[in-house]
Design a protein around this ligand. Structure first.
Ligand SMILES: Nc1ncnc2c1ncn2[C@@H]1O[C@H](COP(=O)(O)OP(=O)(O)OP(=O)(O)O)[C@@H](O)[C@H]1O
Length: 367
């Protein structure tokens, strides 16, 4: 068990408050270690009402990416470990953590894009993966990554482009409230006549966002969607989203590394490290953030990340673990995220030089 980390401070304060003891002085620069007890305490507080229908409800979830042939990897520790996350409708939660912490993976799980055991991930009480009506109705909306599509003979994940206007994309969504549509187009400052093969990255992002926001969802999952937006575009979008939480009781989970102006945006902060939820707390309960001063999020999260990195380094050192920088070139069998299909075949039988390799053209490096 780690001995230092961002969540223990919160847990300690809660424990002391609960026992009537004095709360420790606010000190965001000295963030102690995360512990399972800390995580559990944070969750227990928010989940005490069992009759509550949570906007987002993750119950003790363990999850891993499968092997390259789609099967579980023997003996591998789960990527997502003992995850409990409960957010009431109307919560606007920032999902924070280092690169590789598991934010995108968690968002995709919440978005029903990865299969999980039943009852482990519920959106408004409905199964995120099994209840496809959640996404087809638009009640659950996931916006993340670059806008891509799979094009036969061109490959997977081709940037969405084409000689058609943005209007055509937006008009293709059925049963849209015209007022909401006009408002979103206005907030995102979209010219409906933009040709989708001539737009800039930021303009394409705006159309992507408008597309994802058009149906009045009740849960919105956002994965670093403001990277390409200019400052004004980002600020307007953030106030639109905040109003969505306040006026329509929408639950938002937003993973980002860009913190400008988010102090006023969030109701909750969830911090993930190494696939574990270190805490999910109301922003107003976090020392260093409750002032909501501009820049406080960046300062505080930087401390958390440095302490996580340090704890990780110490853990590696104490385990005597030295990562070998040796790579072996392999080709996968065609399994790709969200699909089971072979692409173009490679292998000696086709005359390629990678003797002994068979399967698809989907080459990966493994160590
Ligand atoms: N398709 C995949 N197959 C196997 N492992 C994956 C896959 N996608 C991500 N991972 C691994 O899962 C871990 C978590 O990745 P994830 O993308 O969820 O992190 P993240 O917190 O979103 O990071 P970032 O801030 O860089 O976007 C990483 O160690 C990554 O290598």
């Amino acid at each position: 068990m780690e001995t230092a980390g961002p969540f223990a401070a919160l847990a300690k304060r809660k424990a002391e408050e609960a026992s009537g003891g004095a709360a420790p002085a606010a000190d965001t620069q000295a963030v102690p270690a995360p512990t399972d007890a800390a995580t559990t305490a944070a969750v227990r507080e928010t989940s005490s009402d069992t009759t509550q229908v949570w906007g987002v409800n993750v119950n003790n979830l363990d999850w891993s990416y499968p092997n390259i042939d789609g099967t579980p990897i023997d003996g591998q520790e789960p990527l997502i470990k003992g995850m409990d996350l409960k957010l009431a409708p109307g919560s606007c939660c920032l999902l924070l953590g280092a690169n590789g912490a598991g934010k995108t993976t968690l968002l995709k799980i919440l978005g029903g894009k990865h299969m999980v055991p039943k009852d482990k991930v519920l959106i408004h009480g409905r199964e995120a993966f099994y209840d496809t009506g959640l996404t087809t109705s638009g009640q659950l909306s996931y916006i993340g990554g670059n806008w891509q599509r799979d094009v036969a003979f061109a490959g997977y994940g081709v940037t969405l482009a084409g000689d058609f206007p943005a209007r055509q994309m937006l008009d293709s969504i059925p049963n849209v409230d015209p007022e909401r549509k006009a408002r979103i187009i206005d907030v995102l400052d979209i010219d409906p006549e933009w040709r989708m093969h001539q737009v800039s990255d930021g303009q394409r992002r705006r159309v992507q966002l408008a597309y994802g926001l058009m149906i009045p969802y009740s849960v919105l999952l956002l994965d670093e969607i403001t990277v390409d937006l200019d400052v004004l575009g980002r600020a307007d979008l953030m106030s639109f989203l905040r109003r969505e939480c306040e006026e329509r009781n929408v639950t938002i989970v937003y993973a980002t590394h860009i913190f400008d102006g988010l102090e006023q945006f969030a109701t909750h902060v969830a911090f993930v490290a190494g696939g574990r939820l270190r805490f999910c707390e109301p922003l107003d309960a976090i020392d260093g953030l409750k002032s909501r001063e501009p820049g406080s999020l960046l300062d505080t999260v930087q401390v958390w990340l440095r302490q996580e990195a340090e704890a990780k380094r110490k853990e590696r050192e104490s385990a005597g673990f030295v990562k070998k920088k040796v790579f072996e070139y392999v080709r996968n069998s065609g399994w790709g995220e969200g699909r089971m299909a072979s692409t173009v075949s490679f292998g000696p039988e086709l005359g390629q030089k990678h003797v002994g390799m068979k399967g698809s053209s989907n080459a990966v490096m493994r160590n």
